[in-house]
Design a binder for this molecule. Structure first.
Ligand code: A3P
Length: 299
């Protein structure tokens, strides 16, 4: 359990190479316990590269599973406690593994940002359902840049142009965006219990994407319930909702940026110069060789 008397020692971290992926110690220090995590067959893993809309899909899954049966959790338990972040290990706070092990719900909803090769093997052995949400690279790097300013555990982001350079090199927490989205996409070809979805599709038509999620999860909520969920998870509502906007997290500095920042497709145009965009596109073409994996940067 966390110790409320112990003051949080918040420090920006340094990137280091961990089994070939750039990481920070807050997500590797508990490695043994994470790798030994015992998944259950009905666990649902929500996997994303950071800033792909993890909180959005977590909230939707929580509402789909527990919105009717335990409405009180919607006003009393922040989403990051309902859907623990498996690999997080911050001294004097509950670890992600402990939070996941202590979840009273069935199914348990668990979040990870790990690249596919780091996922504890019990998830595969138990054939757990996995929802992977991906977001286009340009909006991901912009969102990550703002997040790294406001999250005091992340490495110092520096200025935009050096940050963009680091992103292209894969020197981000959780490594290369390119490797992440491709690694998970490849896994989908051999592991059928994986639903791969896109942030851009969610923005375009949230209701349609919730329908697909329900089919994947084997759920059949009423038309009324689906309508309620679709409207309750819109950006403005989640931004105002203290249970989903992260306003209760001590490691985040909201003076720098809100967690629920813009929620748009195409905000990259307000950050990339024309030259940066062209250069980015050149590198992108070289790294994204699989024609079956396509992202949209506008909707
Ligand atoms: P922006 O920084 O572009 O606004 P994650 O939960 O993976 O950290 O992702 C956070 C990003 O998802 C943020 O992007 C946030 O605003 C966006 N997001 C969260 N909920 C959303 C919603 N309901 N609609 C649109 N975007 C949402």
């Amino acid at each position: 359990m966390s110790d409320p008397d112990k003051k949080l020692d918040l420090r920006r971290s340094e990137l280091f190479d961990f089994h070939g992926v750039s990481m920070i110690h807050y997500v590797t220090d508990n490695w043994e316990n994470i790798q030994n995590f015992q998944a259950r067959p009905d666990d649902i893993l929500i996997a994303t590269y950071p800033k792909a809309g993890t909180t959005w899909v977590s909230y939707i899954l929580d509402l789909l599973h527990f919105g009717q049966t335990s409405p009180e959790r919607q006003t009393s338990i922040p989403i990051f406690k309902r859907v623990p972040f498996l690999e997080i290990y911050i001294p004097s706070m509950d670890t992600g593994v402990d939070l996941a092990n202590n979840l009273p719900t069935s199914p348990r909803l668990i979040k990870t940002h790990y690249p596919v090769q780091f996922v504890p093997k019990s998830f595969w052995e138990q054939n757990c359902r996995i929802v992977y949400m991906a977001r286009n690279a340009k909006d991901s790097v912009v969102s990550y840049f703002h997040f790294d300013h406001m999250n005091m555990l992340e490495p110092d982001p520096g200025d935009w142009s050096s940050y963009l350079h680091r992103f292209k090199e894969g020197k981000m927490v959780f490594g290369s965006w390119y490797d992440h989205v491709n690694g998970w996409w490849k896994k989908k070809q051999t592991y059928s219990n994986l639903h791969y979805m896109f942030f851009e599709d969610m923005v375009e038509d949230t209701g349609r994407e919730i329908e697909k999620l329900c089919r994947f999860l084997g759920l059949s909520p009423s038309v009324e319930e689906k309508k309620q969920i679709t409207s309750g998870v819109q950006f403005d509502k989640m931004k105002k909702n203290n249970m989903t906007n992260y306003s209760t997290v001590p490691v985040m500095d909201f003076k720098m940026s809100p967690f629920m920042r813009k929620g748009k497709v195409g905000d990259w145009k307000n950050h990339f110069t024309v030259a940066q965009s062209e250069e980015f596109d050149e590198g992108y073409k070289k790294k994204m060789k699989d024609p079956t994996l396509q992202f949209r940067t506008v909707v």
